[in-house]
Design a protein around this ligand. Structure first.
Ligand SMILES: Nc1ncnc2c1ncn2[C@@H]1O[C@H](COP(=O)(O)OP(=O)(O)OP(=O)(O)O)[C@@H](O)[C@H]1O
Length: 253
C-alpha cells in the first residue's frame, strides 16, 4: 500500500502555466476525485502522477520514492480504453502479466478473477470490436487492475459512455475499489460522478491550475444509484458545482 504525495508541483508549457504549486496527499486505499473546469489542469496533473510528464517544479513521491516515469505500481486508464484490437478480451487483460514471472495457471486464474469482478465472464474470446463501449472500458480497467497496481489512475474513464452505462460503470468501480482496496485517483468533469464515487473531492481552479478546495464526501460506504437523489447527496453536488463555477476563468462565465 502506497501513499502518494504531491508537493509544490507546477507545470509550465513554455510560458503557459498549466499547474501552479499543487500540493496534495492521497492515503493508501483512498478514493479521490479531481474535478475542475475545462483547462484547470486535471489531465496534466494525472499524467504527472502517471510519470508520463515531468513537473517543472515540485515533487511527486510514492511512499517517499520520487516518481520518475511510468511504473507497474501505477495503472492508468483513459477515456478511450485503447485496447489491443487484435487481442481477445482475455489476451488484453493478460497483457501486463506476460513479462511477470508467474505461472500460466496463476496468470489464467488472475485474468479470470478480474474478468468476473468486472462482469466480463463469457466474453473472454471476443475481440474489442465485438464489444459495447461500456464493455471495452471494463476490459481496460480489468487490464490495469490485473497487474495489481498500488494506485489506479483514471482519466475521464466514462466520459464517452451514455448515462445508463455510466451509472452501471460507477457501481462496478465502487465495488472493485471496495473488493481490492486499490488507491484510486480519478479525473472527471462530472460532479455527480465524483460525489457518488469518491471519499474526497479536490476542486482545481483555472488560470493557472491550482487547488481551490478539498471536500470530504460524507456519504455511507455502501452506495447505490438511488443515493443520487438523497438530499445530502444533492447538497454535496450543489456545493461542488458551485466551487467549480466560482473557480473557473472569467472567459467561461
Ligand atoms: N502539451 C501541452 N502544451 C501546451 N499546453 C498544454 C499542453 N497540455 C495541456 N496544456 C494546457 O494546460 C492547461 C491544462 O490542460 P489540461 O488538459 O490538463 O486541463 P483539463 O482540466 O484536463 O481540461 P479538460 O477538462 O478540458 O480536459 C490548458 O490550458 C491546456 O491548454
Amino acid at each position: 500500500m502506497k501513499r502518494l504525495a504531491i508537493t509544490g508541483v507546477s507545470r509550465d508549457f513554455g510560458g503557459a502555466l498549466a499547474l501552479d504549486g499543487i500540493s496534495l496527499e492521497v492515503s493508501a486505499g483512498e478514493f479521490v476525485c479531481i474535478v475542475g473546469a475545462s483547462g484547470s489542469g486535471k489531465s496534466t496533473l494525472l499524467s504527472l502522477i502517471a510519470g508520463l510528464d515531468v513537473p517543472s517544479r515540485g515533487t511527486i513521491t510514492l511512499d517517499g520514492l520520487p516518481v520518475e516515469g511510468p511504473g507497474p505500481e501505477r495503472g492508468l486508464v483513459f477515456q478511450t480504453g485503447a485496447l489491443f484490437p487484435f487481442r481477445t478480451v482475455e489476451q488484453n487483460v493478460a497483457f501486463g502479466l506476460e513479462p511477470l514471472r508467474i505461472s500460466k495457471a496463476d496468470r489464467r486464474e488472475r485474468v479470470a478473477w478480474y474478468l468476473a469482478e468486472l462482469g466480463l465472464t463469457g466474453l473472454e474470446k471476443r475481440l474489442p470490436k465485438e464489444l459495447s463501449g461500456g464493455q471495452r472500458q471494463r476490459v481496460a480497467i480489468a487490464r490495469a487492475l490485473a497487474c495489481e497496481p498500488e494506485v489506479l489512475l483514471l482519466d475521464e474513464p466514462f466520459g464517452a459512455l451514455d448515462c445508463q452505462t455510466k451509472d452501471d460503470m460507477q457501481v462496478f468501480v465502487r465495488k472493485v475499489w471496495q473488493d481490492t482496496g486499490t488507491t484510486i485517483v480519478m479525473v472527471t468533469h462530472d460532479v455527480e460522478e465524483a460525489v457518488f464515487l469518491s471519499q474526497r473531492i479536490v476542486v482545481l481552479a483555472t488560470s493557472p491550475g491550482r487547488v481551490a478546495a478539498e471536500l470530504p464526501i460524507t456519504l455511507p460506504d455502501q452506495r447505490d444509484l438511488p443515493l443520487k437523489l438523497a438530499p445530502h447527496f444533492l447538497d454535496l453536488r450543489a456545493k461542488v458545482e458551485s466551487l467549480v463555477r466560482d473557480h473557473r476563468s472569467p472567459s467561461y462565465a
